[in-house]
Write a protein that binds this ligand. Structure first.
Ligand code: GTP
Length: 598
């Protein structure tokens, strides 16, 4: 196909604004699947994605569209993940395109993340076509939302397409606009091969599958290729396109998008952002912008039953095959036994992995409170990365501690801006900017310690604004802070999995609150349980869980057998997700209690 008849585009949309529904409509319009094959939302591959409504892994689809001018065009839709934790993947998807649809729910309006992604698209010189979706809803306000797009994002929206993915309104109009407004790709079909890895995933039978955008040259079956970031070479076994069913081709040409399978055993062999070239005739330099994505949030994952350790290891290994940003290594906790310290891109990434381990692998896990990576400078001149609060060096050894900060843009209705500022200040934020728009929204920019954000920031922001605030963030680097380790002792034993790193100013308050919370969470047992919070050797709070006077079953007087059994069963159920720490049984909630101490 001539380059002139190719259009490569992404869809920028906030979660739930209708990206998947719209993509399905395109597939239907272009005849990619028979109607009966149209499962709901073809593009979201995993069950979990369907349930949560989140696109975790980008996938793409090739559409053959016969336009009003009578010509047939290849429209390559490159799907982008919808969550801020996956922003690097979004950026690679955008680089692979010449255009983007900005899909905004006409009954809701613009959200912070769409703003950030659109800025990025504009920065990469993409043609952005605004689409107002859900125009069928009685609550749709197309004019207001157009104004908001112009005001908040700053792109022309007067001729935005008004559409309803659900009702099939405006679909051809969008496709026509793509053909008319998005420029065809440029590229040198004869030059040395250069293809950008936009996404990669693991297939049980094929190994790693890379989704690529070919910039120059071609990628052919049988070709010897080299991954430019890692230097590894492979032989191409299969190339093809998703229609959305996979269809094999002989080659992928410059300007095109498709998948490459080359006997690569794991996704580390085909990293997102890497450049594929020809091993015999390599390109002089890779495409710009390759980044090694590093985990930013860490937590300990422990099986509740120690005999599930091996299963947990196998499950992590399997998930990792598909997700090179997931890290894990064995860790031993005095309190929790054998488990793994896992690294994630962000909090949502962590929740997804946890849920998959429990749901797909049937594991019962205890998860410790998530933490960020601290840089600790010691008196001996060393710099230590601390991913686990329990491993913070002793006070006497520490010269200074740095913690990661993030720059957060929060878009919120004017009436709620006060509350958002209060929350950000409470979380040790520093205000950087405050921008009132005519559309009644305010863009609040704060620099926030990431440590405060991984606790309950998103949840509180959502609930205090009834879901009206939206947030986008990026890492802004490390800065020194006055931090200390807060320990929890249960019957005089330090529970390493409950240690936290907190700001000195908040240490007393946090310690007291945490001790109180734990007191309510730890069930009463046959003896008194002392819960203490301490800073170094100084105890700053103490609570006691009073002993039960009698055995719980004693009050049944041995008489009513069914009642007794019921009680036993209830206790057994309660035991699930509990962990025996020394002589005390501690429930899972306790390990996450620190998250909800404001
Ligand atoms: P993620 O995959 O989570 O990013 O969401 P998404 O943006 O792909 O949204 P999705 O297509 O899953 O749609 C979200 C919800 O909005 C679903 O319940 C859809 O049925 C509904 N929806 C999508 N388009 C329309 C529309 O045009 N009108 C109405 N009324 N509902 C729509």
């Amino acid at each position: 196909m001539k380059l002139d008849n190719i259009r490569n585009f992404s869809i920028i949309a906030h979660i739930d604004h209708g990206k998947s529904t719209l993509a399905d409509r395109f597939i239907q319009e272009c005849g990619g699947l028979a109607d009966r094959e149209m499962a709901d939302q073809v593009l979201d591959g995993m069950d979990l994605e369907r349930e949560r409504g989140i696109t975790i892994k980008a996938q793409s689809v090739r559409l053959l569209y016969t336009a009003d001018d009578g010509e047939t065009y290849t429209l390559n839709l490159i799907d982008t993940p919808g969550h801020v934790d996956f922003s690097y993947e979004v950026s690679r998807s955008l680089v692979a395109c010449e255009g983007a649809l900005l899909v905004v729910d006409a009954s809701q309006g613009v959200e912070a993340q769409s703003v950030a992604n659109t800025y990025q698209a504009v920065e990469y010189d993409l043609e952005v076509i605004p689409v107002l979706n859900k125009i069928d809803l009685p609550s749709a306000e197309p004019e207001r939302v157009k104004g908001e797009i112009e005001e908040v994002i700053g792109i022309e929206a007067e001729d935005a397409v008004e559409a309803s993915a659900k009702e099939g309104i405006g679909i051809r109009e969008i496709l026509e606009r793509l053909v008319r407004d998005v420029p065809p790709p440029e590229g040198d079909p004869e030059g040395p091969a250069k293809a950008l890895v936009v996404d990669s995933w693991y297939d049980k039978y094929q190994g790693a599958v890379a989704l690529v955008r070919v910039m120059n040259g071609s990628i052919r079956k049988g070709q010897r290729i080299q991954m430019m970031a890692t230097g590894r070479t492979f032989t191409v076994g299969t190339v093809g396109v998703m229609t959305p069913k996979p269809v094999e081709l002989d080659s992928l040409e410059a300007g095109g998008v498709g998948f490459v399978i080359a006997g690569i055993k794991d996704v580390d062999g085909a990293k997102v952002g890497d450049t594929i070239t020809d091993a015999e005739r390599p390109a002089p330099e890779p495409l710009p912008g390759f980044q090694e994505v590093k985990p930013q949030v860490f937590a300990g994952l422990y099986p509740t039953e120690s005999d599930q350790y091996e299963e947990l290891r196998d499950a992590l290994a399997k998930l990792r095959l598909n997700d090179s940003s997931l890290q894990y290594e064995p860790e031993t906790s005095h309190a929790l036994g054998f488990g793994f310290r896992c690294g994630f891109l962000g909090k949502l990434h962590m929740e997804i992995i946890q849920e998959r381990l429990e749901r797909e692998y049937d594991l019962d896990l205890i998860t410790t409170a998530p933490t960020v990576v601290y840089l600790v400078h010691t008196h001996t001149g060393e710099t230590v990365r601390v991913e686990n609060p329990a491993e913070l060096p002793e006070v006497g050894e520490i010269e200074s501690i740095e913690e990661p900060f993030m720059l957060a843009n929060i878009l919120v209705p004017q009436s709620q801006v006060g509350e958002v500022i209060r929350l950000a200040e409470e979380k040790r934020g520093r205000q950087k900017n405050l921008h009132y728009t005519n559309a009644g929204q305010v863009m609040v920019t704060y620099e926030l310690p990431m440590n405060e954000v991984v606790t309950d920031f998103f949840e509180r922001l959502k609930s205090m604004t009834s879901g009206y605030a939206s947030i986008d963030y990026e890492l802004s680097g490390y800065q020194a802070s006055d931090l200390v380790r807060l320990d929890i002792l249960v019957n005089e034993d330090r529970v390493d999995a409950l240690s936290l790193i907190v700001h000195r100013d908040q240490a007393y308050y946090r310690g007291r609150e945490l001790a109180k919370k734990l007191k309510d969470m730890i069930p009463r047992q046959m003896f008194d349980i002392a819960i203490q919070a301490s800073l170094g050797s100084r105890v700053i709070a103490r609570e006691t869980v009073k002993a039960l006077r009698k055995n719980v079953t004693a009050k049944c007087y041995g008489g009513d057998v069914t009642r007794k059994r019921k009680l036993m069963e209830k206790q057994k159920e309660g035991k699930k997700r509990m962990k025996q720490v020394g002589s005390v049984t501690i429930p899972q909630e306790a390990f996450l209690a620190a998250l909800s101490v404001d």
